[in-house]
Design a protein around this ligand. Structure first.
Ligand code: SF4
Length: 361
């Protein structure tokens, strides 16, 4: 049976090594090819000049090599951010669109990666949710986002590379777990120019319980962030109906506690403050009850206004009062006032616009 032609960037080093063994090439050859793909970020097989012409031709017959194409590049200077937040709208080989975001900070450059081209979960505050279900991105399409951002940095003369990853863009990562984990493996493979430690990679989820349980025993050293947004089941259902109903809080909490115990790492609970929705002292007390039973930290974020979605950012007084109540209860809290704060919610805006254009044209 013939195999479908695969994009070579979808293969982890281990998978490529097996494929090379099938054609009697040594393991170091796979490493050499991966270096071309992920250190030198080549776009064609011909550029792999340390390989024989015959092998390059063989690779071109066996695999495709189709990096995502940059369809749009947006920049915004936000808050005290040392450089602009930059968002790329990327066109994939089948014409589907996805987004990736570069968030600079003083001591790191974070890439926010998408894992799907839309999202079936349709949370009420999210631009990607308005697109509805999309397809899963392949591992190569996720790593391709990092390559595109590193290409963009290099093209503008900046010497830095992406240092941290958050899977927090379009889509729910844990509805595409195998591909996300393969992408993590490639991104964290040692020896590449762009290699990133798994400890600097965060997987963000709405709380897909069975997948969190699997992650706890996967041996991955990645960090876990869970979008909570309310510790009241009913309110959470109003904000994120499908996610909250499928993964209810009373089942989610023990799984998070198990994850934290098993990995020895805190779970980050992401809580987006929305005026008049989840910002009262009653909400804070309920969050304290939810978070007190296990090793976690709270990341309070501002809502990033999205056209056509009716939520309002809380005032700084409300936000500080809410944070102080959590701190009094002994919780660890970080407050993100600006840059890249509500990327998860804001992600999908460009792709949504891109879709509108393609529907109109
Ligand atoms: S917030 Fe995340 S899970 Fe919810 S619709 Fe948006 S992308 Fe999907």
């Amino acid at each position: 049976m013939t195999r479908p032609i695969q994009n070579i960037t979808d293969l982890t080093l281990q998978q490529l090594t097996l494929r090379m063994a099938e054609i009697k090439e040594p393991a170091w050859r796979a490493k050499q090819i991966h270096q071309w793909l992920f250190s030198h970020r080549v776009h064609t097989f011909e550029e792999m000049t340390t390989l024989s012409k015959a092998l390059r031709e063989r690779l071109a017959e066996t695999f495709t090599l189709t990096p995502p194409e940059v369809a749009q590049h947006n920049e915004a200077q936000e808050g005290a951010c040392p450089g602009p937040t930059e968002k790329l709208l990327l066109r994939l080989p089948d014409g589907a669109m996805t987004e990736t975001v570069l968030i600079p900070a003083t001591n790191r450059i974070t890439a926010c990666l998408s894992t799907q081209t839309g999202c079936a979960l349709q949370c009420k505050f999210c631009a990607t949710g308005t697109l509805g279900a999309g397809r899963n991105l392949t591992p190569g399409e996720m790593v391709g986002q990092v390559n595109a951002l590193n290409d963009m940095l290099a093209a503008s003369g900046r010497e830095q590379k992406v240092t941290n990853i958050v899977f927090m863009g379009m889509g729910e990562p844990l509805l595409n777990t195998p591909n996300v984990l393969d992408a993590v493996e490639t991104l964290s493979t040692r020896g590449y120019d762009s290699a990133i430690s798994q400890r600097k990679i965060t997987i963000s989820t709405v709380g897909v319980i069975p997948e969190i349980a699997k992650l706890a025993t996967s041996g991955m050293k990645t960090k876990l962030a869970v979008s909570l947004h309310s510790a009241f089941q009913e309110k959470r259902e109003a904000l994120m109906p499908l996610a909250a109903r499928n993964y209810p809080l009373n089942e989610l909490q023990p799984v998070l506690a198990h994850y934290a115990k098993k990995t020895g790492e805190p779970v980050t609970l992401v809580y987006m403050l929305l005026e008049g929705v989840n910002d009262t002292m009653d909400d804070a007390r309920q969050l304290i009850r939810f978070a007190s039973g296990f090793f976690c930290k709270i990341n309070l974020i501002d809502y990033n206004s999205i056209v056509n979605i009716n939520f309002t950012t809380v005032s700084s007084e409300t936000r500080d009062r809410f944070r102080d109540r959590l701190l009094e209860a002994g919780l660890q809290v970080t407050l993100r006032k600006s840059y890249g704060t509500s990327i998860h919610a804001a992600c999908g805006q460009l792709a949504a616009k891109g879709m509108e254009h393609s529907h109109k044209s």
